[in-house]
Design a binder for this molecule. Sequence first.
Ligand code: SAM
Length: 293
Amino acid sequence: MFSYRHAFHAGSHADILKHFTLIHLVEYLQEKPGALTLIDTHAGAGIYSLKDGYATVSKEADGGIFRLLKYIESCKQSGTPIAASIEHYLNCIQAENTTEELTSYPGSPFILASLLRPQDRLKLFELHPTEIDILRHNVNELKQSKQIDIYAEDSFARLKGLLPPPSRRGLVLIDPSYEDKQDYRYLENAMEEGLHRFATGCYAIWYPVLSRRESTALPDRMKKIAAAHKRSWLHTELRTENAPGERRLQASGMFIINPPWTLEKHLAQALPFLVKALGIDGGAQFLLKSFEA
Ligand code: SAM
């Protein structure tokens, strides 16, 4: 159960899709001045070194953030336009680094913390006994303790207790490791309960695109839940390769319930660029679908 450490995956293509989407969701919601509650149900350690530790073993950032940076450099040299949204995402990542060279990759807690306005609140859940200590230490360094609560608890069990947030405006990022197959079922329950209590909340679910039955079924299960609650949705996937076997993660997806109307256009502009930047073989592609309730 506790073998997953996100440091192995920090800065991967999957993190890029997830965090690129996340930044837009928060910034859209912040167009209104009302207080926001941001809930990160699966926080991880908060920020990761790309220069030592697990990230240097897995080298997933080589196929993610470092590959994207190389591609951007080649675009600059050839005069190829770069979508402003991609530059904005990179600025958010760069802002968590003190040197021009990228040595750290911020996870969702740090990205969300960097976007907080004084009226917003951030709730982080982490269950791993080591990750929670690292998360607490890292978040402590941010000196935003008044705005950030950390829970060493099972978020699938606790989420409903935080919904609806006092301001009735909120975003829930659900990013399980899915190392436990039961996570797929827990996710469905959490979404059913979440929408029952807080139907207007924005829910962003990340998932790995794998051949296992639970993974291929996930988008349809989410569509059914959204339909039962008469909610709009957006579904996107980014595939960087289509090679036999599943030695490494080749694609991942985001399923957003109650997406902002701007999200589809935002992704439509960025995804072709990301496919070119991160694509490894001819199987690289994206998917983008939505439904308005
Ligand atoms: N959201 C992070 C990011 O984007 O930087 C990455 C999170 S990682 C994919 C998933 C994390 O969830 C792991 O650190 C794992 O220990 C934690 N976790 C697993 N099951 C959990 C649960 N039921 N409640 C809270 N945290 C859990």
